[in-house]
Design a protein around this ligand. Structure first.
Ligand SMILES: N[C@@H](CCC(=O)N[C@@H](CS)C(=O)NCC(=O)O)C(=O)O
Length: 219
């Protein structure tokens, strides 16, 4: 097998890129990073040879693209069964898959009005009743997973899984927009943000200087 390659975009802005990058990095799976950048005119120059959708993230496995973050995470979990990237117990695994799918397809209000912007501090921006509803649902997911499956660990299913990689960009948004959380949810967000892979991504995001107008509604 040739080395995995992961094409991503700006670490400051690209929440979909963050998920598989955090998954691979936190799990200690080697990969070559291909970092492209969003163009202010829209699109991602240089993505053409990698992705049939022209979007990031895309994982290249032996020359074959795997696109869409959820498909990438599933493929990685299948390639590295020893890493236990989904919870081992069937019931926990079902819930983990469900909360990832819910993140993947939902929380549109939060995603639209609180776009990921790691290096920015935008307390209170983007808040509305609809966004608060998304936040309340996320809090209830986090509380329920922690209570039912957290065990001795600090993460949603105790040890690190794909579900944590999936919610990492949500935790960075809560930081950027200074979203107030109940204690259990805040403890989980802190544990998630403290993961070495998340710290590494955030440090690299803060060093980026590109300004992408479409991702900066409050500038
Ligand atoms: N459902 C896709 C969403 C991917 C996506 O929206 N990627 C954005 C960046 S975070 C992108 O590539 N935008 C550039 C474009 O659409 O031209 C996934 O989970 O990978």
């Amino acid at each position: 097998m040739s080395p995995l390659k992961l094409a991503i975009a700006n670490k400051n802005y690209s929440s979909w890129s963050m998920r598989p990058w955090v998954l691979l990095t936190q799990a200690g799976i080697a990969f070559e990073e291909i970092q492209l950048k969003f163009s202010d005119a829209g699109g991602i120059p240089g993505i053409e040879p990698y992705s049939p959708t022209q979007q990031v993230p895309v994982l290249i496995v032996d020359g074959e693209p795997v696109w869409d973050s959820l498909a990438i995470c599933e493929a990685v979990a299948e390639m590295y069964p020893g890493k236990q990237l989904w919870p081992a117990a069937a019931r926990a695994r079902q819930v983990a898959r469900s909360v990832c799918a819910e993140m993947h397809a939902g929380f549109r209000e939060l995603r639209d009005t609180m776009p990921m912007n790691i290096r920015a501090s935008l307390p209170g921006r983007g808040m509305s009743p609809a966004v608060q509803r998304d936040i309340d649902r996320i809090v209830s997911i986090w509380e329920s997973c922690r209570e039912r499956f957290g065990g001795e660990g600090e993460l949603l299913f105790g040890q690190f899984t794909i579900a944590d990689a999936y919610y990492a960009p949500v935790a960075t948004r809560f930081l950027t927009y200074a979203v107030a959380l109940p204690a259990t949810a805040q403890r989980y967000a802190d544990a998630l943000l403290a993961l070495p892979a998340v710290q590494q991504w955030m440090a690299q995001a803060r060093r980026e200087t590109e300004f992408v107008r479409a991702d900066e509604p409050y500038a």
